[in-house]
Ligand binder design. Structure first.
Ligand SMILES: [Ca+2]
Ligand SMILES: [Ca+2]
Length: 268
């Protein structure tokens, strides 16, 4: 697979920064947060969805957001270091469920390291880590290796016992409840996946439903809970910045529910 051109540009920019640092110029090797797209530019992006609701809105958004570049799975490591960078520490990322800031360099598979959490569990539809839904940055987040394993492939619902090492998160045998600050993030990531993946590209049609224990079917629940979470935790600056970074630097598509959270209720 060839690298998206924007990815190559980013790599060149990073090399240039590295050289500048080596030359003693003191340039900070942080990827700066891109400026937010002006509202008018975002309006233009969604022009084909204007005035629509229900299935027509969902179909229009599917077409709009399906125009994108795709990353290979190894490239996801570097991308997450930009999309989820700690706003107060350019050397670290914020883990989704723990909320902890951890050094970018501590990525891996060992205890206490961070790895790549698939918020839409990749076993739900069994799409793996081939380029496609399994590498889509809009639902991939850094997470502590141990907490990622506790979430596993569980559906989302309220309730359960506290998750050790991840304050505010709860889990039981068949579901996971993220901490309050990211409940809406989780909902909007799941609903993005449902709109983006509709059975094309050789991948399954992903859809939310009211169940837990969805297993390997291409579904994640529970929809009514996700809708509630999206209302109670609206998009904040961190979530908007990562949407912007994915759009400008990596995939060139947006999560419509971060830009227009009211579209959750307009579709579901
Ligand atoms: Ca949030
Ligand atoms: Ca779908």
């Amino acid at each position: 697979m060839s690298m998206p051109s924007a990815f190559r540009r980013t790599a060149r920019a990073r090399r240039a920064v590295t050289l500048a640092v080596a030359a003693g110029l003191g340039v900070v090797a942080a990827s700066p947060a891109p400026a937010r797209e002006p509202a008018a530019a975002v309006d233009t992006y969604y022009a084909a969805a204007r005035g629509k609701t229900g299935p027509a809105l969902k179909a229009a958004l599917h077409t709009i957001i399906s125009a994108q570049d795709r990353l290979g799975y190894p490239q996801v490591w570097e991308a997450l270091k930009a999309t989820d960078q700690d706003p107060s520490d350019p050397g670290s990322v914020i883990e989704l469920y723990t909320g902890r800031s951890i050094a970018k360099s501590r990525s891996g598979g060992g205890s206490g390291e961070w790895n790549r959490e698939h918020v839409w569990a990749k076993s739900h539809g069994d799409f793996g880590t081939a380029t496609g839904p399994g590498t889509d940055l809009h639902h991939l987040r850094p997470e502590d290796v141990g907490v990622n394993a506790v979430r596993g492939n569980k559906d989302f619902d309220n309730g359960g016992s506290p998750v050790p090492g991840a304050s505010g998160n709860r889990t039981d045998s068949d579901s996971f409840e993220p901490r309050d600050a990211v409940k809406g993030d989780v909902a909007r990531m799941i609903l993005y996946m449902a709109v983006r993946y509709d059975g094309g590209d050789g991948f399954p049609d992903l859809e939310p439903n009211e169940r837990v224990n969805n297993g390997s079917t291409p579904a994640i629940g529970r929809l009514s809970v996700l809708k509630q979470w999206s209302l109670q935790d609206p998009p904040d600056a961190f979530e908007q910045r990562r949407n912007e970074t994915i759009y400008t630097t990596y995939q060139h598509n947006r999560n419509p529910f971060v830009d227009h959270p009211e579209w959750v209720g307009a579709i579901w």
